[in-house]
Design a protein around this ligand. Structure first.
Ligand SMILES: Nc1ncnc2c1ncn2[C@@H]1O[C@H](COP(=O)(O)OP(=O)(O)OP(=O)(O)O)[C@@H](O)[C@H]1O
Ligand SMILES: C[C@@](O)(CCO)CC(=O)[O-]
Ligand SMILES: [Mg+2]
Length: 384
């Protein structure tokens, strides 16, 4: 098999509304971020398969011959090959259910590698995203892996050609398998944003890009409290099973929040934007944050974020799986509000949080020539 070297990136995401509810068939609205994960794949001919994941301090090399014995025979992307997962878990010596970050990342790599590839290589990944903080780092990683293996084997075209919808769907389907390994039971919204970028509405696997959306200003805050999406998703499921008549109406209400938010965003592109639009968006954020607390994915650090920003007249909610990690705060256009950002950011940093204004709606998965990627990122990727 002829193998091409390749350089891929995919964006992280923020969920405006619908996290967790989306796993149970409700609508989510999500948007790509300007923070990306980069992956470099280089073919090698010394019979080794190496992966370098400096964000999570993971560096592993295997002999190609030992991996070949584990090869997948299913070679389909609609469902996870349970037999291959079992063999891989045995191979890397996993005995319990909840994997640490390094083991999940290795398992996702090996699964997609063995399903699509099979020659010697070095894969190096570096991300601008905080890992495991609610900004879709696992999906950006899985999208990069899927795109790199499909591209290197010629299943999708090289950098000289744009990827068409069919190529993107293929990338997305394989990335979803990686997400299943890392998350357990993902909805697929995160890998969809990582693949297509922009803002999208996601409902039961159906992806609708929202092309007419206003330019929103969003402050991202990382509480730095570690959490695992897999654990939180499983916790919500248990709660729904325990109290279905109490929890299902909450999920329905989250669904209505996503739909109302989408309607307001659409109105904002058709008529002059007013303070009333922002009042509604802010109320939706507050209501949803309460719901997320009700379903058990809040955290005291996120309560603090909400209180600190409320003291400045701003509205925040967690984003992604919650339990710590990141929150979003809606900023009004400078013209509609006095500049409260600087003071808010200082207050949040005083709590020990990282915070920054982000630009949203950037491109999905992309191929690059090394010369078009920031020097500091190439420097990390080339270090190994
Ligand atoms: N840059 C990376 N390099 C290697 N592995 C990564 C990288 N980014 C993410 N991962 C894998 O994804 C896991 C984090 O995924 P998790 O779903 O818990 O958080 P997230 O995707 O950042 O947040 P959310 O799913 O709420 O958006 C890590 O523990 C690791 O296994
Ligand atoms: C919590 C969740 O809804 C979003 C994680 O970013 C999980 C998922 O949709 O797979
Ligand atoms: Mg994730």
């Amino acid at each position: 098999m002829e193998v091409r070297d390749c350089l891929i990136s995919a964006p992280g995401k923020a969920i405006l509304h619908g996290e967790h509810a989306v796993v149970h068939g409700k609508v989510a609205l999500a948007v790509s971020l300007n923070l990306r994960t980069y992956l470099q794949l280089k073919a090698r001919s010394d019979g080794k398969v190496c992966i370098n994941l400096p964000n999570i301090d993971t560096f592993v090399c295997w002999e190609l011959s030992e991996l070949k014995q584990l090869t997948s025979f299913l070679r389909e992307m609609q469902r996870l090959d349970a037999e291959l997962v079992k063999r891989l878990r045995e191979f890397i010596g996993v005995t319990n259910g909840n994997l640490d970050s390094s083991t999940s990342a290795i398992l996702a790599f090996l699964y997609i590698y063995l399903s699509l590839f099979g020659s010697g290589l070095t894969v190096s990944v570096w991300s601008e995203l905080p890992t495991g903080a609610g900004l879709g780092s696992s999906a950006a990683y899985s999208v990069c892996l899927a795109a790199a293996f499909l591209c290197a084997t010629g299943n999708i075209p090289t950098p000289l050609k744009e990827w068409c919808q069919e190529d993107l769907e293929l990338i997305n389907s394989w990335a979803f398998q990686g997400e299943k390994i890392i998350h357990g039971n993902p909805s697929g919204v995160d890998n969809a944003v990582g693949t297509w970028g922009g803002m999208l509405r996601f409902l039961a696997g159906k992806i609708i890009p929202l092309s007419r959306v206003p330019l929103l200003r969003i402050l991202l805050t990382n509480t730095k409290v570690p959490r695992s999406t897999k654990v939180l998703v499983a916790r919500v499921k248990d709660k729904i099973n325990k109290f279905p008549s109490i929890m299902i109406p909450v999920l329905d209400s989250v669904d209505a929040i996503s739909c109302t938010c989408e309607k307001v965003l659409t109105e904002m592109t058709c008529e002059p934007i007013t303070g009333d639009h922002y009042n509604i968006l802010e109320e939706l954020i507050d209501i949803n944050q309460h719901h997320l607390n009700v379903i058990g994915v809040g955290h005291p650090s996120l309560d603090t974020l909400c209180q600190v920003t409320a003291a400045r007249g701003l509205h925040s909610k967690l984003t992604g799986a919650g339990g710590g990690g990141c929150g979003i705060t809606l900023l009004r256009p400078v013209i509609l509000s006095p500049s409260v950002e600087a003071g808010t950011m200082k207050d949040l940093r005083d709590c020990g949080y990282d915070c920054w204004e982000t630009s949203i709606g950037g491109p999905g998965v992309q191929q690059h020539f090394p010369s078009s990627v920031k020097e500091e990122i190439m420097e990390v990727l080339n270090r190994y």
